[in-house]
Structure formats: structure tokens, C-alpha cells
Write a protein that binds this ligand. Structure first.
Ligand code: GDP
Length: 331
């Protein structure tokens, strides 16, 4: 139902040359496809809204060119496309010739910037799994340099591009998406603060607020993120959702793998505990803590309750009750 999809969710556009990896990224991040299966994806002509908006915190669309997107075509409505966009991700295949991609990047950025100077421009230097470390650094440097020179040539040196090295074969694509999404959340400092307070009062080592469907983390406490912790938490979400799908649904397949009651605790044999709990319709808190701290489970539960309430308030006061549509309609 269209009206239940608020316009103020973080809106992200994924663009890039054909075969750069856009649909693979979409399938892996938002549809749990395994990276190897993307080898058999057909390159289709598509220009559509992905249907994840009703099940994720993130609202996201893919645009492909050449093909559907031709800036010189009078029917191409760049106003309509760029106006409401928060971030434009441009995917460059790092294993392919860079010339075409860089030309497209310049055209895209200058066109989009004219319509909406507030867009965040995010460049994914993609498929870096196939590159040696040296080549990766060199490719990064070259793309960074040439992309900025190209913009300076058209007097757009003030436009800022951010670069990420990504691959669907590891967690780098999720990490990059997380950073892109976080920039679009005005409440981020408040969420970080709440997470800091929550973990320091509960003896927790690390906490992430996750978009459950995509495993993008939309906020974390201010201690540094190490990839292993992040991967561990991602794996936990997969396990919990898989188990719920297998054992949690009704016989006719109805029911929901993630809901208000969702809670999971996994003890690892190295005295680490993983703790997952529902925060909103789309978001879950996933924490890493020591076994000793977990003895004070009542305290953690109480603090979680306060944290959850505060997160709900953060999203409620930040606009209509529909903001981010994390709450059931209040009717
Ligand atoms: P699109 O036309 O931009 O949507 O590109 P596709 O998603 O169809 O991807 C084109 C090809 O690139 C597929 O064969 C994918 O398996 C491959 N691909 C996508 N992402 C990666 C990546 O991170 N690493 C490698 N090595 N290949 C990838």
C-alpha cells in the first residue's frame, strides 16, 4: 500500500554501467542471495522500485545504464529521480576498463547535483576481491584522482565524492552500505549516545542497531568497529532468522520470522555471549558481551527496556508518527 511507505526513509539510488554489479549487490544485501548465485543473474532491463520498502528501514532503487538511463533523452526525468534522493551510489567495476565508468560518473554527478545539491555521492569501487593489494590501492588512487579532476574540469570541485572498496564476497559491501545509510539518519548522534549509555551501564562490549532484513547497521556505540565483531553479529542475525523461518512459522507458512517477541541468546565457547532483541519493526539490537556480565541479566533487560523506549521516542519526535514507519499505525 503506497501510503504506508513514507517518503522520509533514507532513499538510496544505485547507478552504474551495465554489469558493474548492481543487481548482485541488491540481491546479496537485500535478498540474502549467496554471492556465487549472482553469476547466473541475467542482465535484464529494469527500472523499478525494489519492493523492500515495506520490510526494511532503507528505501532503495536501482537504475541501470546504458539502456534506461539516457541523460540526453528528453523523456528522462532527472528532476523526478534526483529530487527525493538522499544518496547516489555509483558502482564502478574495478576489474573492467575505467574510462567509460568515469565518464558516466561525471555525467551522473553533474546532472544530479544540478537538480539536488544535497545528495551524498558515494562511489563503490566494486569487485575488488579479484585484485591484489597493490592493484587495489593503485585503482583506488587512480579513480579518486580522475573522478575529482573530471569534476574540477566542469567547475564542480566543491562536490564531495566518498569512495569505498567493495565486494559481495565478503562483508565489505554491508559495511559500505552501513556507512552510506548512517549519513542519511539525522538522529544518528542521539542513537550513538543511547547505545553508549546502554552498554556502559550493562557491561556490554559492543552493540549494533541493525536493519534486520539487510544486516546494515544503522548505528553503533562509539568504540571502534572491528570487522570480526560485525561479521559475528551478521551471522547471528542469519542464524536467528533462518531458525525462525524453519521452526517459527505456522504450518501454512503464515506468521513472521521477526516480530515484537524476537529475542535470542547465543553462548560461544570462548565465554562470549551474543544477545539479539527486537527494537522496532525493522530494527534489532545485537550485542557482544562477556559471560560474567551476562550474570546480571535482569540489569541488562531493564536497561534494554529503557533503551528501546528511548529509540521509539527518538523516531516519534523526529516527525510524524509515520517517520521511518518503524511503528505500527497508532489507530
Ligand atoms: P548489473 O548489470 O550492474 O546489475 O551487474 P550484475 O549484478 O548482473 O553483475 C555482473 C556480474 O558481476 C555477475 O556475473 C556477478 O556475479 C559479478 N559480480 C558482482 N559483484 C561482484 C563482486 O563483488 N566480485 C566479483 N568478482 N564479481 C562480482
Amino acid at each position: 500500500e503506497e501510503s504506508s511507505i513514507p517518503a522520509d526513509k533514507p532513499r538510496i539510488l544505485l547507478m552504474g554501467l551495465r554489469r558493474s554489479g548492481k543487481s548482485s549487490i541488491q540481491k546479496v544485501v537485500f535478498h540474502k542471495m549467496s554471492p556465487n548465485e549472482t553469476l547466473f543473474l541475467e542482465s535484464t532491463c529494469r527500472l523499478y522500485k525494489d519492493d523492500i520498502s515495506s520490510s526494511s528501514f532503507v528505501n532503495f532503487q536501482i537504475w541501470d545504464f546504458p539502456g534506461q538511463v539516457d541523460f540526453f533523452e528528453p523523456t528522462f526525468d532527472s528532476e523526478m529521480i534526483f529530487r527525493g534522493t538522499g544518496a547516489l551510489i555509483f558502482v564502478i567495476d574495478a576489474q573492467d576498463d575505467l574510462m567509460d565508468a568515469l565518464t558516466r560518473l561525471r555525467l551522473t554527478v553533474s546532472r544530479a547535483y544540478k537538480v539536488n545539491p544535497n545528495i551524498n555521492f558515494e562511489v563503490f569501487i566494486h569487485k575488488v576481491d579479484g585484485l591484489s593489494d597493490d592493484t587495489m590501492i593503485e585503482t583506488h588512487r587512480e579513480i579518486h584522482q580522475r573522478a575529482n579532476d573530471d569534476l574540477a574540469d566542469v567547475s564542480l570541485e566543491k562536490v564531495h565524492l566518498s569512495f569505498y572498496l567493495t565486494s559481495i564476497y565478503d562483508h565489505s559491501i554491508f559495511e559500505a552500505f552501513s556507512k552510506v545509510v548512517q549519513k542519511l539518519i539525522p538522529q544518528l548522534p542521539t542513537l550513538e549516545n543511547l547505545l553508549n549509555i546502554f552498554i556502559s551501564h550493562s557491561g556490554i562490549e559492543k552493540a549494533f542497531l541493525f536493519d534486520v532484513l539487510s544486516k546494515i547497521y544503522i548505528a553503533t556505540d562509539s568504540s571502534p568497529v572491528d570487522m570480526q565483531s560485525y561479521e559475528l553479529c551478521c551471522d547471528m542475525i542469519d542464524v536467528v532468522i533462518d531458525i525462525s523461518c524453519i521452526y517459527g512459522l505456522m504450518e501454512d507458512g503464515s506468521g513472521c520470522a521477526y516480530d515484537h517477541e524476537s529475542l535470542a541468546i547465543i553462548r560461544l565457547n570462548n565465554t562470549t555471549v551474543l544477545y539479539l532483541k527486537e527494537v522496532t519493526k525493522f530494527l534489532a539490537l545485537v550485542c557482544i558481551l562477556r559471560e560474567e556480565s551476562f550474570q546480571r541479566k535482569g540489569l541488562i533487560e531493564y536497561n534494554f527496556h529503557c533503551f528501546r523506549k528511548a529509540v521509539h521516542e527518538v523516531f516519534e519526535v523526529s516527525g510524524s508518527s509515520e517517520a521511518f514507519s518503524v511503528f505500527p499505525a497508532a489507530s
